[in-house]
Each structure stands twice: as C-alpha cells, then as structure tokens.
Design a protein around this ligand. Structure first.
Ligand code: ADP
Length: 295
C-alpha cells in the first residue's frame, strides 16, 4: 500500500513584519525563518507521519536552499528515489506575515517549473495511491494522473492552486479535494456548496471533498454526503492545514480505512496542525493523532 506524491518542493522564507509593505515601500521585519514547504512536500510529509509508505517525485536545485527544502521529507522517511536535482534554483516562497496575521506570499517556482513528464517514474508497480496538487506544470500533473489511472491506482487531486479546470485531469481523478474558493473556480458559483461539489461527479471524480476551514469538511459521492465538523482546537496558525488534510486522508485510504474514517482522521490531523506555527513542523505524529482520535 504505497503512496506516490508528484508535487512541488520549496524552501519557505518567512518574515514577520508590522505590516505588508505597500508597493515601493520597505518594512523592517523580524529575523527570517527558513523552513521546508511546497504543497507536494508538505502533503508527502503529512502522509508519511500518518504511517504510510510514501515516495515523492519532484525537483530541487543544487543550491543552498536544497537542504532546507528537503529537511522535513528526509526526517519523515519519504523515499526520494524520484526527486530530481536540476540546473535551476530550488523553489522558494517569500512569505511576509503581518502583525494581524494577514500574509503576502511570492513564489519563485524554480526547479518545480522545470519538471517534465519524462521525469515521472516509468513503472508504477507497487504504488496504490497517487496524490497530486496544482504547483507543478499542468502537463506533468495531467500525465501522472493519466498513467496512474491506467495502471489502476487511486488518484487523489488537491486542485490548489487551481490552474485551470482541465477536463482531462478531472476525468482521471478519483477523489478531488478543494477549498470553497477553489471549488468556485470549477463553476456553479452561487449554488449551495454540496450542489456545486455534486455537479463535478459526472466529470470524473467518485468523491469530491470541500474543506471548510473552522467549519470542517463536506464530501459528496454518488451514494452519500458526509458533513464532518472541525475538531475543536485553539488555532494559532492554519498554514499547512489543507496539506495535512490531504496527506492524512491519502495515508489512511492507502492503509485500507473506509472513506468516512479517513476523512475524520484527516480533519483531526489538520486541526492539530493549526495549534502550532509552521507547515511541516506543525504536523502531528502518528501517536499524537491516535491520542486525539481516542479522546
Ligand atoms: P486551506 O488552508 O487549504 O484553504 P482549510 O482552511 O479549509 O484549507 O482547512 C483544511 C482543513 O483543516 C479543514 O477542512 C479542517 O478540517 C481543518 N481546519 C482548518 N482550520 C481549522 C480550525 N480553525 N479549527 C479546526 N480545524 C481546522
């Protein structure tokens, strides 16, 4: 039961400042914090911490940020056989966090934008689940989904950010995961959320999950609707909550759990990730998740 994540790897440089600088303005902030990020790496780490056997296919550069970008993946034991080192800078996210919690993020995709379909694993034997996001070139994500679907894997796709609502990609997706904002990009704006999600089922997915922040999540399948309230926590930083949700959902499905139980575990893990600052650093261990689930 192995999970393949095809996705982005970044180093995040975060500076807390009194406010987000206006155009042309310089604002003096606190010391910078460099931490591992990228939606692909974040979700791979969340899945590995939840106990799944995980491999990541993606790319970094040969520069000084490589190590920071990979530190969480290495610590979580993610298989990096299909991680490519390219002659391009490691992906970077420059994050300014204002005193009020508001943030402004600039992403330099670097090596992530240089990944090509030729760098995907040629043989998917041994993998049961593929987890995708929207931070690699669409041609790579689409080809990964197509090959995995043909090879009989379950394809989970977190369409974040939504690049385009590629019909081919949707047709090869078994489980689509989006937040409310991303859902609206697929059409049906103005309709109720469950109706919007349900309208996507004929386009390919067997399940569509909409994450609703502090309101939990909603999942529709042909047979039923699951509405899961959020696990109550004191939230200090929601960075990485969505990535934790996707990684843990995939890990639990790969470990043979039924959909409802996997959705519950994903929601509890995502809530725990909100209780600490950071993305990968904030994700719960398997023991911590088990303890919260037993509560
Ligand atoms: P994204 O950050 O991708 O927009 P959401 O904000 O919807 O994603 O959060 C993803 C999941 O994290 C939610 O479905 C929920 O389970 C959990 N979550 C987010 N914010 C909170 C919160 N304040 N309290 C508890 N759980 C939360």
């Amino acid at each position: 039961m192995r999970v393949l994540v095809v996705g982005s790897v970044n180093a995040d440089i975060t500076v807390r400042a009194p406010r987000i600088p206006a155009p042309g303005e310089t604002v003096l902030g606190e010391d910078a914090r460099v931490s591992p990020g990228g939606k692909g790496a974040n979700q791979a780490v969340a899945a590995a911490l939840a106990g799944a056997s995980v491999a990541l296919c993606g790319a970094v550069g040969r520069d000084a940020f490589r190590e920071a970008a990979l530190s969480g993946l290495t610590r979580a034991g993610v298989d990096l056989t299909w991680l490519h080192e390219l002659d391009a800078p490691t992906g970077l996210a420059l994050i300014t966090v204002a005193a009020g919690g508001e943030n402004a993020i600039t992403v330099a995709s670097g090596a992530n934008a240089c990944v090509t379909p030729a760098q995907l694993p040629a043989d998917l034997t041994g993998f049961t689940h593929l987890l995708l996001q929207g931070e690699l070139p669409v041609a790579v994500t689409r080809e990964a989904a197509r090959r995995a679907h043909t090879a009989g894997l379950t394809v989970l796709h977190n369409a974040a950010p939504v690049r385009d609502s590629d019909p081919d990609l949707l047709a090869h997706t078994h489980h689509l995961i989006v937040n409310e904002h991303e859902l609206a990009a697929f059409g049906g704006r103005g309709e109720a959320i469950d109706a919007q999600a349900r309208a996507l089922l004929p386009r390919g997915p067997q399940a569509v999950t909409v994450t609703l922040g502090a309101r939990g999540s909603l999942t529709v399948t042909a047979e039923t609707t699951y509405r899961l309230p959020a696990f109550p926590v004191t939230s200090v930083d929601t960075t990485g909550a969505g990535d934790t949700f996707c990684g843990v959902l995939t890990a639990w499905l790969a470990q043979g759990h039924a959909l409802q139980g996997a959705l519950h575990a994903a929601g509890v893990a995502a809530a725990l990730a909100c209780t600490r600052p950071g993305a990968q650093d904030a994700m719960p261990s398997r023991a911590e998740l088990a303890a919260a689930l037993a509560r």
